[in-house]
Design a protein around this ligand. Sequence first.
Ligand code: G3H
Ligand code: 13P
Ligand code: ZN
Length: 337
Amino acid sequence: MAVDYKKLGLVNTRAMFKRAINGGWAVPAFNFNNLEQLQAIIKASSDLKSPVILQVSKGARKYANQTLLRYLAEGAVQYAKELGCNHPEIVLHLDHGDSFELCKSCVDFGFSSVMIDGSALPYEENIALTKKVVDYAHQFDVTVEGELGVLAGVEDEVKSEESHYTKPEEVVDFATRSGVDSLAISIGTSHGAYKFKPEQCTRDPKTGRLIPPPLAFDVLDAVMEKLPGFPIVLHGSSSVPQEYVDIINHYGGKLPNAVGIPEDQLRKAAKSAVCKINIDSDSRLAFTAGVRETLAEHPEYFDPRQYCGKAREYMEQLYKHKITDVLGSDNKLANLD
Ligand code: G3H
Ligand code: 13P
Ligand code: ZN
């Protein structure tokens, strides 16, 4: 018997994406694997009255148990209300689904949105698989994200050495024939904390920090011209805040030359038809910085609430910064009462 996500208080992405595109902002899509991440996401989005997408990857399902994750998301709706957010808009989304069966199981289990990532498949196979997921999910009013173009780096099971930008000439055919509600595109972002090799970057002469090459906004512009008003998604959009990298490295970590997408580029993207921006690595960095700092300064601590508490504080600050200063999704709930 399928679980109806609407009964859990969750929403799909349709209405929020429409408002985001019309209003020139983007919905944050934050991955979560544990309680502290979820607490920080819900605290930040509720305090700031932002819609939010909770993303669960295949790896997260394996790590945290999919049943627990689903009940945590259900609990998140109640927690948001307890925090004074009377009409939260929370999406439970499968990130990088790699098969029809996985997507179906999430739809049946109460997810309100799924991604089917057929980006590594031949074009026609990507369309066929995506359409199969759309046909199933739409029966339950679950929204579907597809992907065209391949990001550099690792996309869960989908591996690619180099990035292949989305071909704008394919997007109309793909969106029409597959029936997807939103489309993830490749314009130079990638997953993880090492988005560019040092030789692809220049260096700031004053700080010595790496300055990455710009994203391919010409590709985004061409996609938007072909598909006016269609919801576009950016994966791999962590900015890899150097303050967290520095804390990690200072307290014994080893993340040399970690580099992300500069936030001014993400701000620019958020103002366009890009209405969902995926952020996972930044949260991992904030968490690790909090744990390393606390344990280094207090070697006597052994209660996880002490170092995970600091990690949670850093993640909440990070999420709040993304919402207000990068994506502009604060005070964008349909009902702010
Ligand atoms: O796109 C990848 C996400 O950051 C999820 O990563 O598969 O390690 O959970 P994961
Ligand atoms: P980052 O690794 O840049 O945080 O990207 C996350 C992502 O795209 C999840 O799907
Ligand atoms: Zn991704």
